[in-house]
Design a protein around this ligand. Structure first.
Ligand SMILES: C[S@@+](CC[C@H](N)C(=O)[O-])C[C@H]1O[C@@H](n2cnc3c(N)ncnc32)[C@H](O)[C@@H]1O
Length: 247
């Protein structure tokens, strides 16, 4: 077994000891993943275990009952969406926003897992945007949204997620996204990015700039130094939990 898979196996065992209610999801290895490990007779991707760990840091601090809707910007293939589904039986709606080529691949991947209803761009566009009624069918609904449809979101969210993607964007793009986050999100932000207390290297937009844009709506910040940071240490990323005044 390669080191990454062994590491994931150990991390998963530790996670299951803490959250015995977690159940494996089918489909995280779809598309021919080679990093598979076994969990209760189901093949799961070792890469997904890293996302489960990140999400564990959040649900260790926030009651899953308070999180029914999630907005994520730059989710990539959507492994974090699958991790939230595995952790949170109360989850109803996820909106993922990414650039088009990634969004298309992620849409096909998420559909292939069969874990949720996946609504693609064409369906959202012909419905004129995202309205509460679209996602109200009893199972988790994942909306796959291109960036230009953000003004057409007409629902509120309990949680905003961003992991390692804003550093790929310019300041005007970030500012526009955060304007929508401040408009739509009422509860929490869970961020994995550079440390706002440390100046960024090179051309990356400093995390403290993003912190400033979120500060008015999400004044309370906790920097998380246990959990994911301990297991999957990346020197340049720290998880942060921000809470709105009302959360
Ligand atoms: C390093 S990956 C991180 C993916 C995922 N969040 C994770 O932690 O594994 C960066 C992500 O940001 C997305 N991204 C880059 N520029 C973007 C933009 N302007 N709008 C939305 N997503 C963007 C990329 O397509 C990619 O999915």
């Amino acid at each position: 077994m390669k080191a990454t898979r062994m590491h994931a196996r150990l991390a998963l065992d530790r996670l299951l000891a803490e959250f015995p209610q977690l159940v494996p999801l089918e489909g995280t290895v779809n598309g021919g993943a080679e990093d598979l490990i076994e969990w209760d007779g189901i093949a799961v991707s070792a890469h997904w275990v890293e996302h489960l760990w990140r999400v564990a840091d959040f649900y260790r601090r926030v009651d899953s009952k308070t999180v029914k809707s999630v907005l994520e910007i730059g989710p990539g293939l959507g492994f974090s969406t699958l991790a939230h589904i595995a952790f949170n039986p109360h989850l109803k709606t996820v909106v993922n926003v990414d650039i088009v080529p990634v969004l298309y691949l992620a849409t096909q991947f998420l559909k292939s897992t069969g874990c949720a209803r996946v609504v693609d761009y064409r369906e959202i566009h012909s419905a004129g945007g995202i309205k509460q009624s679209l996602g109200d069918n009893g199972q988790v609904t994942i909306f796959q949204l291109p960036p230009w449809e953000m003004p057409n979101i007409d629902i509120e969210f309990d949680l905003f997620l961003n992991a390692a993607s804003m550093q790929e964007m310019t300041e005007p793009i970030i500012e526009n996204y955060i304007r929508h986050v401040n408009r739509l999100v009422r509860g929490y932000c869970f961020l994995l990015m550079g440390d706002p207390d440390i100046p960024a290297d090179g051309d990356a937009v400093p995390a403290r700039y993003i912190r400033e844009l979120l500060k008015t709506h999400f004044p309370h910040r906790t920097k998380i130094t246990d959990g994911w940071s301990e297991i999957y240490e990346r020197s340049s990323y720290v998880p942060q939990l921000l809470c709105s005044g009302s959360a």
